[in-house]
Design a protein around this ligand. Sequence first.
Ligand code: HEM
Length: 92
Amino acid sequence: MELENKPADSHVARTDQDEYGKIFRRNMPYGNVGDHGTVFVGFSADQKRLARMLESMAGLIDGTRDALTRYTEPLTGSYYFVPSVESLRQLR
Ligand code: HEM
């Protein structure tokens, strides 16, 4: 059950799917004691949902920055387009 009155800078408030749209996501931890982190992967039929979530995390929408970014250091990021099976079949 979701808690009420979540802080505006909490990660779940910054990326609220009721506001930005639904995505499918996975975090994959990697590394060892000295060098470690997590790889975030988000899937969406609409790129704008992920882009808006990232803007919200960075504080670009209303000036409130995701508290998660105070404890993590983003190293890299990319978007990939995955064609549908139907469109791939049309290439045969
Ligand atoms: C290292 C980076 C990240 C970590 C460690 C992380 C971790 C988490 C955690 C722990 C939750 C709560 C899960 C739960 O309550 O069951 C969550 C929720 C979520 N995260 Fe992240 N996250 C990261 C990056 C991102 C990024 C970059 C995005 C989007 C671009 C994102 C989108 C979301 C969404 C959409 C939710 C669910 C929000 C809702 O309740 O609707 N996360 N994340």
